[in-house]
Design a protein around this ligand. Structure first.
Ligand code: URA
Length: 274
């Protein structure tokens, strides 16, 4: 019986590298080998799915050789890449978008129930010149949560903004049922035990009789709703107003691109300038 074919070694290595990068263990030095499909998406040549299709269809040539494997290694600086016979550049810079998420759409990409995703909202709001990038959502908001959601073409930014070590504050406002007492606010500030972990010290204040403002520096699953639930304040509506020093300042279902200065000063991330 024929033995199953082992994947080539470079492919395994690329997979491992990418898993490490996604887990935030590896930061890619500039000029380091990368995957062809991701490089095309990051540089705004084609969105990821389209890039994969184009590569499989034989439309992409790297250093005079047709490449049909989307995970083939490529050098952003050195490889000569052509799409449909035309030279394309893989050079890229960090881009970050702020989107005002409406309620009712999910943050993950797959949508078997046809609910609608933030990527549908993003695509509808993107100006033409930003449509060919591969965009990653930076963290998640629940389906019914509204407010500030970031997207980026730079996977390192996703790791930076979502790993708890970064301590990036996120400010939420929640409309709750129940009486917001000083004692409950003090408990929220001090840290709450949730399924085997204690939340970090947070900032909490009453904004109105039924509205709490909560600033947390981590982002565990349903964290705000669970924290409020623990102190007897079930959430009726949740909105994210700010991430780091960045305040949501666009209308619902619209977006804007952040400047390098905003990314550096408000989100504490060293941009790649291209
Ligand atoms: N915490 C939650 O409970 N939900 C969100 O969407 C974000 C933070």
């Amino acid at each position: 019986m024929a033995r199953p074919k082992k994947p080539p070694r470079w492919l395994e290595a690329a997979r491992l590298r990418n898993e490490g990068a996604r887990a935030g263990q590896i930061s890619r030095p500039v000029g380091w080998g990368d995957w062809l499909s991701r490089s095309l998406a990051r540089a705004g040549v084609l969105p990821l799915r389209d890039a994969e299709e184009a590569i499989r269809a034989g439309r992409v040539v790297v250093d005079s050789r047709e490449v049909t494997e989307p995970l083939a290694p490529v050098s952003v600086e050195k490889s000569v890449v052509k799409l449909d016979g035309k030279r394309v550049s893989l050079t890229w810079r960090t881009r970050v978008l702020m989107l005002h998420k409406p309620a009712g759409v999910v943050t993950h990409g797959s949508d078997p129930e046809g609910i609608g995703t933030v990527f549908d909202v993003l695509l509808a709001a993107l100006p033409f010149e930003l449509q060919r990038f591969g965009w990653h959502a930076v963290g998640r908001l629940d389906r019914d949560t509204t407010g500030l959601l970031l997207f980026t073409n730079d996977e390192r930014f996703v790791a930076h903004a979502t790993q708890p070590e970064t301590h990036l504050p996120k400010r939420y406002v929640a409309r709750v049922s129940g009486v917001i007492t000083d004692q409950k606010l003090a408990t929220l500030r001090a840290g709450i035990k949730l399924d085997g972990f204690t939340t970090r010290p947070a900032k909490a204040q009453r904004r109105a009789e039924d509205v709490v403002e909560l600033i947390i520096t981590e982002g565990k699953y349903h964290q705000v709703k669970r924290m409020l639930g623990e102190v007897g304040l079930p959430t009726l509506a949740l909105h994210r107003e700010a991430v780091g020093g960045l305040e949501l300042d666009v209308a619902e279902r619209t977006l804007r691109e952040l400047s390098d200065t905003e990314i550096q000063t408000h989100l504490r991330f060293e941009v790649r300038a291209g």
